[in-house]
Design a protein around this ligand. Structure first.
Ligand code: SF4
Length: 299
């Protein structure tokens, strides 16, 4: 398919109309939302559900409405405000990106994908998402939900395989020519995957593109590509033990003895005796914990 193919056009029109009617009312999608606010939402939404992100995003934007406002605070404050969103390295990267935007871009989030990619913590997905959603640039934006929609709708497969370079070309082939329509289409495809074409229970009766769906047309064959290896269980993992140390440091107003951090790490059980020390050292290596005068605190 190409953007100018009649079927691509029909799909994009149907999907964009559905989005206008049915999209969730999320605050970062408003018409006057600043690029900085959109960038923050993209950092937070990585591997994190919308309902968990919402309160943290609102509080974040009230406290740090511009990159320079965040840059003026300690990185540890960003980690503290990140709370339990998970993967707290994102908070450190977001703080670093804020410093870079304030210092190198006059406190304005760049619109150019290459300039966005040069910022800390911004990979190809986030760079394209910010360029498209904050500035209306025409780029294919492909997240997990979009990949699943394309796998079913275009390729007749029950699920997407591992991410591949062809994902962008698939999306590009469907993307409307106009910048504005392309930005809406990117958001609409993601939204469809998030609330209708879900992984476990697609609601095809409510799907605006059902009539073109190859997978549905083929009778829903059980043809999902091989699954990626499952993520290790959270319970008992190093991630969980790291989280206990982070929780202690977030609620401590002063630096703590490393022994106290190791004790907190072990509180609740560990998988092996070295796990607390391993978790503590990895947090230091990631810049999430710093030691000053022999005591540990947020950076
Ligand atoms: Fe997904 Fe069903 Fe729509 Fe196909 S018809 S895109 S499987 S929700």
């Amino acid at each position: 398919m190409k953007p100018t193919d009649p079927v691509s056009t029909e799909i994009s029109v149907a999907l964009c109309e559905w989005f206008a009617r049915s999209a969730r009312d999320l605050p970062w999608r408003g018409p006057d939302v600043a690029p900085w606010a959109i960038l923050v939402s993209e950092f937070m939404l990585q591997q994190t559900q919308v309902d968990r992100v919402l309160p943290r995003w609102i509080a974040w934007m009230e406290r740090w409405p511009t990159p320079s406002a965040l840059a003026a605070d300690e990185p540890g404050e960003a980690v503290r405000a990140w709370d339990r969103l998970g993967y707290p390295r994102r908070a450190i990267w977001l703080h670093r990106a804020a410093v870079e935007i304030a210092e190198r871009h006059g406190d304005t989030v760049p619109a150019n994908v290459d300039e966005l990619l040069a910022l800390s913590g911004i990979g190809p997905y986030t760079a394209r998402a910010v360029a498209a959603f904050a500035y209306g640039e025409r780029h294919p934006v492909v997240d997990t939900n979009t990949r699943r929609v394309i796998a079913r709708l275009v390729h007749g497969r029950a699920a997407a395989g591992m991410p591949a370079p062809g994902d962008l070309a698939d999306m590009e082939a469907l993307l409307p020519e106009s910048r504005d329509a392309a930005a809406v289409f990117n958001a609409a495809a993601m939204e469809l995957g998030a609330i209708v074409c879900t992984a476990r229970a697609p609601r095809c009766d409510a799907c605006p593109v059902a009539r073109w769906c190859e997978w549905r047309g083929a009778g829903y064959p059980d043809n999902a590509p091989e699954k990626r290896p499952k993520q290790a269980k959270f319970a008992g993992s190093d991630r969980q033990v790291r989280g206990r140390i982070m929780a202690l440091l977030r609620r401590s107003t002063e630096a703590v003895e490393p022994a106290a951090a190791l004790e907190a790490a072990a509180d609740g059980g560990v998988r092996d005796p070295d796990q607390p020390r391993r978790a503590y050292d990895s947090l230091i290596a990631d810049g999430l914990v710093v030691e000053l005068d022999g005591r540990a605190r947020l950076p």
